[in-house]
Design a protein around this ligand. Structure first.
Ligand SMILES: *Cc1c(COP(=O)(O)O)cnc(C)c1O
Length: 370
């Protein structure tokens, strides 16, 4: 039987992409914010329902540049339960991450625990809408306002989501998205920063292009984070198919829920109230005592059958060898528990129901309740 991976990148019909490439051959503009790049940003802005949207070469550089644009110094309160990129972006800006615990119910940063971590050095909060779970944005903003802190959201998992009809990128000072091949919406590599303050946009624009302000005026230690026309072309094509992609993913998630909900010892994320979800991930938390089999065994059993689930997110970023003894070791018991018990199952629009059933059969085989 064929191997099943955690995801499978979406590709549009080839003719559509080739048709888009004709426009590049006409202009010979390959990068540097060309016409497809401009069109992509415009389409994204409308789609995401945000005032400003700036495309980047990838999600990580959009986050790194967003932090740089806010000219921060000191400590950033963040979650250790995330992809490496979130913590690296803080550290690579010369800032100190302070790790805050997460909530048991949806694994996002726990606002109740943020204030205890605030010191005179704190400059920002950097939460993650992990698995597309929208953070407690109102509470976080309240805390930030009270203490004069910036808020940057890593919204890499929240593309296309809305809370009470408001685009998921509308919270905080800046939010970033990732359009990496493994994400529900891809431009091969790609990302965007979205924001409300025009001046922030000016800084971002300069910093993603070597700090250039004009033809020969350089005003900041910028990098190169420009999205090419070829990537913008893929993004434009895939955006046209987003609703189909979403429908396919929703079908898979519903099937997983049908098969795995209500089983003792398996904890699924419940649907979010008032949120238009994007079905980006399907994490399952295994309680070995209740379920009879633990995360490691299930992971190995699936692997033995050619099914590549992933231990997203394991280990916690604060436990990476490069960070472990470098930063303050805040006790984050919930994050420790979740990282040791969670497994993210394969999920993509074209995953067949029969594959989902096979995965569920393997998980449920021989457990206490099955
Ligand atoms: C994918 C991802 C990123 C980085 O995005 P790239 O486009 O791969 O650079 C950042 N944060 C989180 C939470 C991610 O999942």
């Amino acid at each position: 039987m064929k191997d099943i991976y955690i995801t499978k990148a979406y590709l549009p019909p080839k003719e559509e992409y080739v048709g888009m490439l004709d426009r590049i051959w006409e202009t010979h503009l390959l990068t540097n914010m060309g016409p497809l790049h401009k069109e992509f940003e415009q389409r994204l802005k409308d789609f995401l329902g945000v005032p400003y949207c700036m495309a980047f070469a990838n999600g990580h550089l959009s986050l790194e540049t967003a932090i740089q644009a806010l000219e921060l110094k000191g400590e950033v309160i963040t979650t250790p339960f995330t992809f490496a990129s979130t913590t690296h972006a803080i550290v690579r800006n010369g800032l100190t991450p302070v790790f805050c615990d997460i909530k048991r119910d949806n694994y996002t940063i726990d606002p109740e625990k943020i204030e205890d971590l605030i010191t005179e050095k704190t400059c920002a909060i950097l939460p993650v809408h992990v698995y597309g779970q929208i953070c407690d944005v109102e509470r976080i903003q309240e805390i930030a306002d009270r203490h004069g802190l910036k808020v940057i959201y890593d919204a890499a998992h929240a593309f296309g989501e809305e809370k009470k009809g408001i685009g998921a990128g509308s919270f905080g000072d800046i939010s970033i998205f990732s359009f990496h091949a493994t994400k529900p919406f891809n431009s091969i590599e790609g990302g965007a920063a979205v924001f409300t303050d025009y001046e922030v946009g000016v800084r971002l624009y300069q910093l993603k292009n070597f700090g250039f302000m004009g033809e020969d005026m350089v005003c900041g230690a910028g990098g190169n984070a420009k999205l090419s026309e070829f990537h913008a072309a893929m993004g434009l094509c895939n955006l046209e198919h987003y609703e189909e992609i979403l429908a396919g993913r929703k079908r898979v998630v519903c099937r997983y829920r049908e098969r795995l909900a209500g089983i003792k010892g398996l904890y699924l994320l419940p649907p979010q109230e008032n949120v238009r979800e994007n079905y980006a991930y399907f994490p399952v938390l295994f309680d070995e005592k209740e379920f009879g089999t633990g995360r490691e065994k299930i992971y190995g059993r699936l692997k033995g059958e050619g099914i590549h689930a992933r231990r997203y997110f394991y280990p916690l970023t604060k436990d990476f060898p490069c960070y472990k003894s470098r930063f303050q070791n805040v006790h984050t018991p919930v994050a420790e528990y979740v990282t040791d018990h969670i497994l993210t199952l394969p999920l993509y629009d074209s995953l067949e129901d029969s594959d989902v059933d096979r995965i569920c059969d393997i998980i449920l085989r021989g457990n206490l309740n099955g």
